[in-house]
Design a protein around this ligand. Structure first.
Ligand SMILES: *Cc1c(COP(=O)(O)O)cnc(C)c1O
Length: 438
């Protein structure tokens, strides 16, 4: 840390926020960036490199937000920056097929188990991926109902803004204004990690359910892994009833394992949604499945989905280069053990200070909960002590550790988190818990 010795918003960030609030609703272009759940103002970020973000006030913060997931190989990785720079010189957008997007699609299909031998369509965000996958599921099955989990976040499409977690959870909104009742009339909500509820939904709606969409590791109510047998159980119920199983791997894809949660848990979905890491920091989403299902998409089939900037050359350059680095360096084992060290260190600091605290970790994502027992679903996650989280968050930020400003978000570790960053984090955690206890 340099001129400004505290990670919280300093004078420059405050000035910028005052200006931002006049022209951008809430001063932010995505609600989770505002500090609604923790109070105060967010620091504005000037640049980022490796595992650090540098604020407009001159503080270097150890970053566990990672642009909300994409920064798995650290910020501004030189190879990725080179690839994007070169692509930019060759023209920003053509709206026509390119060689790079073919190579990108081939690599995605190679790395993600359920896409092997299948097809993938590129879009520009995770929201577009889930929205399109559900349209495809409905078009392919001729059915209308979808099942989603309480607290599961799948982007901001109308039909999915029922009982969504993440930003909506932080703001305490049950869904969203502006979503008409009939937009969510075909959305069936079940608790996460509860197979009986899914079986009951199939009993109640027999042949009407087109798909179940699920985050295989829930990442928008903190980080909550599936119970033993949960994903396999969903697979079985979907197959039994002719519904499609959609894994929303926008967060878990390439993070919990190279092949995502489906590789980690060895359960094969019918459709997979990707985002975040797949774009290497640029706006990219993707959805894919077997050729049989994907054949329903236009221009092959009757399910329409399009995008002027889909497969944009800069975005493809960033995503393709990132996936190539991951495929070449296979960092997941090391990433997992780094993450375990951080999680265990934070847990030990909490225990030492006598603060009720628990955590979950899968691969390079984790969640700490201000609750004695780690939650298994959204109802339990909501029982966390949110005031304690907010205080901990501020104490960590003041010590140069940038966590997501909500109890209902996961934390992300990158290959750039080195020894110094881990030590700084664990020292900060000790002091932060001590401050909370004292
Ligand atoms: C972030 C996220 C989305 C939405 O992606 P955007 O790129 O923000 O539209 C969808 N599903 C999950 C699981 C996510 O974490």
């Amino acid at each position: 840390m340099t001129e400004f010795d505290d990670g919280r918003a300093g004078e420059r960030s405050r000035e910028l926020m005052t200006r931002a609030q006049k022209r951008i609703p809430g001063g932010v272009n995505s609600p989770v960036r505002a500090f609604s759940g923790v109070g105060g103002h967010p620091p504005f970020i000037r640049k980022a490199s490796g595992c650090h973000v540098i604020t407009e006030d001159g503080a270097a913060l150890v970053d566990y937000v990672g642009s909300w997931g994409p920064a798995l190989i650290g910020h501004a990785h030189p190879e990725v920056v080179d690839a994007v720079t070169k692509a930019a010189r060759d023209g920003l957008s053509f709206g026509a097929p390119t060689a790079a997007e073919v190579e990108f699609a081939e690599l995605i299909c190679e790395l993600v188990p359920s896409l092997q031998g299948g097809m993938v369509r590129l879009v520009s965000s995770g929201t577009e991926a889930t929205m399109s996958a559900l349209r495809l599921a409905r078009g392919a099955t001729g059915r209308s109902k979808i099942v989603k989990c309480d607290g599961g976040y799948h982007g901001h499409a109308d039909m999915l803004l029922a009982a969504a977690g993440s930003g909506a959870a932080t703001l305490g909104l049950p869904g969203s204004a502006g979503v008409p009742e009939n937009a969510v009339a075909d959305t069936v909500i079940v608790p996460y990690n509860d197979l009986e509820a899914v079986a009951a939904a199939f009993e109640a709606h027999a042949d009407d359910i087109a798909a179940i969409i699920v985050e295989p590791v829930a990442g928008n109510m903190g980080c909550i892994p599936p119970r033993e047998g949960y994903l396999a159980g969903l697979r079985e119920l979907c197959s039994q009833h002719g519904a499609l199983l959609i894994f929303d791997e926008v967060m878990t894809g390439f993070r919990v394992a190279l092949g995502g949660a489906q590789a980690h848990y060895e359960v094969t979905p019918d459709l997979t949604c990707l985002g975040k890491i797949v774009g290497g920091g640029m706006p990219v989403g993707a959805y894919g499945g077997s050729t049989t299902v994907m054949r329903h998409i236009a221009p092959l089939g009757p399910v329409y989905q399009a995008g002027t900037l889909s497969g944009n050359p800069l975005a493809v350059a960033a995503g393709l280069t990132t996936l190539k680095i991951l495929a070449r360096e296979r960092p997941h084992e090391a990433l997992t053990s780094t993450t375990t060290r951080i999680v265990e260190g934070i847990g030990a600091a909490a225990a030492e200070a006598g603060v009720p605290f628990s955590s979950h970790q899968v691969g390079a994502m984790f969640g700490g909960f201000f609750r004695a027992e780690a939650p298994n679903n959204y109802a339990e996650a909501k029982q966390c002590d949110l005031d304690a989280f907010a205080r901990f968050f501020q104490e960590m930020l003041a010590r140069g550790v940038y966590l997501a400003p909500s109890q209902f978000e996961a934390a992300f570790v990158s290959t750039a988190h080195d020894e110094a960053a881990i030590e700084l984090t664990l020292t900060a955690a000790k002091e932060a818990f001590a401050a909370l206890a004292g």
